[in-house]
Design a protein around this ligand. Sequence first.
Ligand code: HMG
Ligand code: MG
Length: 317
Amino acid sequence: MTQPQQPQASQLPRRVKVVEVGPRDGLQNEKQLVPADVKIALVDQLSAAGFANVETTSFVSPKWVPQMADGAEVMAGIQRRPGTIYSVLTPNMRGFEGAVAAKADEVVIFGAASEAFSQRNINCSIEESIERFAPVARAAKDAGLRLRGSISCALGCPYQGEVPIASVVDVVKRMAALGCDEIDIADTIGVGTPTRTREVMEACARAFAIERLSGHFHDTYGQATANIYAALLSGISIFHSSVAGLGGCPYAKGATGNVATEDVLYLLHGLGIETGIDLEAVVRTGDFISKSIGRTNASRVGRAMLAKMQDAATAAA
Ligand code: HMG
Ligand code: MG
């Protein structure tokens, strides 16, 4: 009997792009309004830590997501680090106009592989969402902006349950046809497993260039770092994460935050994969934002490293 081929460590990418989404995906779910100056300090600390891409805010309806109503103020207040891409979410032309006025580098159109989630999140069907994204995509191309497409519920839906891989691939093809530079495969509610992750990623990679596909994992079931490892073995080299594991999704009850950036960096650096990001600086940022919003730091690596850093500081004093 032939044994299944075991993935080799040499198959892992040498370098990975980690997109920090805490200021947007993380904070959007906070009930208490976070002051703009805290958001600005957060983005600046992340830029300084070396992220090449920070998802900074959203230009969405403030009635739907009040926490992101200060997007223009946040974009105006941050210090732009040369080489860092500052991304914003734009569900429609109104959002796109806000993004252009705010000098965003990348706009993100966000759809879903599940009809029910599409309705709850952006109040339209998948088909209608693609129609709504088309002018945004054209305008982004005309303005020379990067265009990213995000696909929610690629590994499961809070309303529909299982999501067929064919539905995910169908939306990947539609996003590709709109001219997306990058497409995110998102496990919105963190239900994915490594095996399913590989199946979904590999099916999507047959429809869109694998080096421009990214993995966006939430950690509700504690599988996110395992899923990232699985996705790495499938050849994915872009991942999203949130400092201190901030977040949740306002339209996915019970979903926890994105996988914590500190945990992802520890995993990647431990595998010998370069990210260009200073893990200790991210740990300090995780402590800053957790204390600023009065939340427990959800990163295990963050908590462990902070304890060590505090011990070292006490010993040196
Ligand atoms: P709607 O109610 O169908 O749209 O919402 P509408 O055109 O009827 O507009 C309703 C009101 O919002 C109007 O104001 C518009 O002017 C205003 P009113 O006349 O009632 O005073 N409006 C806007 N205001 C500011 N900026 C805009 C904008 N557009 C309309 N861009 C809409 C449709 C898409 C606007 C709404 O559903 C919405 O904003 N949804 C956003 C939902 C959201 O941000 N969800 C979280 C992000 S997605 C996510 O987290 C998943 C992700 O992380 C991946 C994953 O993990 O799955 C990306
Ligand atoms: Mg998300």
